[in-house]
Design a protein around this ligand. Structure first.
Ligand code: ARG
Length: 277
C-alpha cells in the first residue's frame, strides 16, 4: 500500500431515506437525490484535493445506506473486521463489503454469530488506544472481541443519546492523545474514561454536534466537516489544523455526514499515528 491516505467511498446513486433506523431519518423528509449526489462528489473532490486517494464501492439499488462506508468494517493493517449490522435493513451490505475487501487484499474476519458490530462507525483508534462505542448499534461483547483480535487496549464507552448512535457521530480522533468530542453523548463514566485516555480534547457545542461537527474526516492536518461548525473550525485552527467545510445536508437526513461517508483503508490507527509522528 502506498503512503497517501487511502479512503473507500460509495457513490450516492441509490442513496435515499427508505426506512427509519435512527432519530434523524424520516421517510417524510426525503433527501434531494440530485443535491445528494452533488454533495457527495464535492466531498470526494475535497478529500482528493487534501491528498487522499479514493477507491469506490459500487452502489446497489435497495441498499440506500451503503453510501456510509465507515460502517463496512474496521480496518487494521491488512485485516478487515467485517460489520454485522444491528438492523436487518443494512445487513444486505455485509456480503458486498466482504467481497470488495477480500478482492482488494484484505483478510476479512467476522465476529461470532449474534454479535453486532458497525465497523469504523463505532471503533476509532486514537493512537494505540481503541475507543469503542456500544449499546445503540455495536454491542459491548463485540468491542471486547475486536480489541482481542487486534491486540489493542480498548476503552468501551456507552452511547446514551440516540441521536449520537455511532461513536463517530460524537467523537473524532485527530492524533494520538488528541480528539474532537461532544461530551453530551456519553454518561459520566464514559466522559471520565475518554478524558483519561485522551488528554487533548476539543469540545463541540450541542448546536454544532447537531450539525455533525464530530463526524470529521482527518487527512493529515486537514479536517473536513459539514457546514455549520464555525466554532469547531476556530478551535481546530488554534490547535494547528486546517479545517474545511462542505455542505452535507442531504446525508444528515439519514443521520450521517463526512466521516460516515468514508472508510480509511490504510487503517484508522494509521490516521492518528501519522499525525502524531
Ligand atoms: N442511516 C445510517 C444508519 O443509521 C447512517 C449511518 C451513518 N454512519 C456512521 N458511521 N455514523 O445506519
Amino acid at each position: 500500500m502506498n503512503n497517501a491516505p487511502h479512503i473507500l467511498m460509495c457513490p450516492a446513486d441509490h442513496y435515499g431515506i427508505e426506512y427509519e433506523i435512527n432519530p434523524w431519518m424520516s421517510r417524510s423528509r426525503q433527501a434531494d437525490r440530485e443535491l445528494a449526489q452533488q454533495q457527495w462528489r464535492d466531498l470526494k473532490a475535497l478529500l482528493e484535493q487534501v491528498g487522499a486517494t479514493i477507491s469506490l464501492l459500487e452502489p446497489v439499488a435497495g441498499l440506500p445506506d451503503l453510501v456510509f462506508t465507515a460502517n463496512a468494517a474496521m480496518i487494521y493493517r491488512d485485516r478487515a473486521i467485517l460489520a454485522h449490522f444491528r438492523h436487518e435493513q443494512r445487513q444486505g451490505e455485509e456480503p458486498l463489503c466482504d467481497r470488495w475487501l477480500s478482492s482488494h487484499g484484505f483478510r476479512v474476519e467476522k465476529l461470532p454469530d449474534g454479535r453486532y458490530f458497525e465497523g469504523a462507525g463505532d471503533a476509532l483508534f486514537c493512537g494505540a488506544t481503541l475507543l469503542a462505542g456500544y449499546r445503540i448499534r455495536s454491542d459491548i461483547h463485540s468491542q471486547q472481541l475486536v480489541g482481542k483480535l487486534v491486540d489493542s487496549h480498548v476503552i468501551p464507552v456507552e452511547l446514551v443519546d440516540n441521536h449520537y448512535y455511532h461513536l463517530d457521530t460524537c467523537c473524532c480522533p485527530l492524533a494520538a492523545g488528541e480528539a474532537i468530542w461532544f461530551p453530551g453523548a456519553f454518561d459520566d463514566y464514559g466522559r471520565q474514561a475518554i478524558r483519561q485516555a485522551v488528554p487533548k480534547l476539543i469540545e463541540v457545542s450541542a448546536e454544532e454536534a447537531h450539525s455533525f461537527a464530530c463526524n470529521a474526516v482527518v487527512v493529515g492536518k486537514h479536517v473536513v466537516t459539514n457546514t455549520g461548525c464555525p466554532q469547531l473550525h476556530r478551535n481546530l485552527r488554534a490547535a494547528g489544523y486546517t479545517p474545511h467545510e462542505t455542505p452535507l445536508s442531504e446525508f444528515v437526513k439519514a443521520g450521517g455526514s463526512a466521516k460516515c461517508l468514508t472508510l480509511r483503508l490504510d487503517g484508522e490507527e494509521a490516521a492518528s499515528w501519522k499525525n502524531a509522528a
